[in-house]
Design a protein around this ligand. Sequence first.
Ligand SMILES: [Zn+2]
Length: 254
Amino acid sequence: MPARPYILAESTWETVRNTPYEVAILPWGATEAHNRHLPYATDTMQCDAVAAESARLAWDAGAKVIVLPTVPFGVNTGQREVPLCLNMNPSTQQAVLYEIAESVQLCGVKKLLILNGHGGNDFRQIIRELQPKLSLLLCQIHWFRCVKPDPFFTTPGDHAGELETSVMLEIAPDLVRPLSEAGPGAENPFKIRGFREGWAWTQRRWVDATDDTGTGNPHDASRDKGRKYMDAVSRQIAGFLVELAAADIKDLHE
Ligand SMILES: [Zn+2]
């Protein structure tokens, strides 16, 4: 496979120093259990795939974008009892993001998009704190929230459910165990109404909230659903990248 010009890991110094990139994309995944049928790198692989396809579409439309290597460690403090769920605390993520962002801005790239693929990661407060210390623009997209999943799935689910399973059937089918092996992904609801209805929030202790580490039923998943959803998500993000690449970061408001 020839090198893709929008993937840093596949690019050489000669190419990189002669390309005026406008947007860097930092995909950010996690390493954690995903029911009995999906691999631990599910969030990271999905980030890789969404970032690469969105960047390809944006590049073909003329936007100079570059995908950085995916960070495979997410916030997993709720999964401490689940073996080898690898946690990276938000404060560590902030330090990592700051140092990557500084490296990116040193070569003149003016925008950095964090493409998040894990529900426990959220860079909003980190961006609020880091933005005044940086000259490049920081922003984030949760890729699984940028297109409404309802028309694509019966019940999308939250973690290792129909949405994630369908996407994995599209991007890494050999790593998906037969769905007959998957648990039902039923979530044990909170006893307190506010938490249950979602207008009050506390972190879920994963071993109490789930029986098979999944929250979402994977059994209606299909590769076709995954392909259609990935296409819609990639087109949505590519459109954003084209706009972002062309934007003047000092003039973002009408
Ligand atoms: Zn996941």
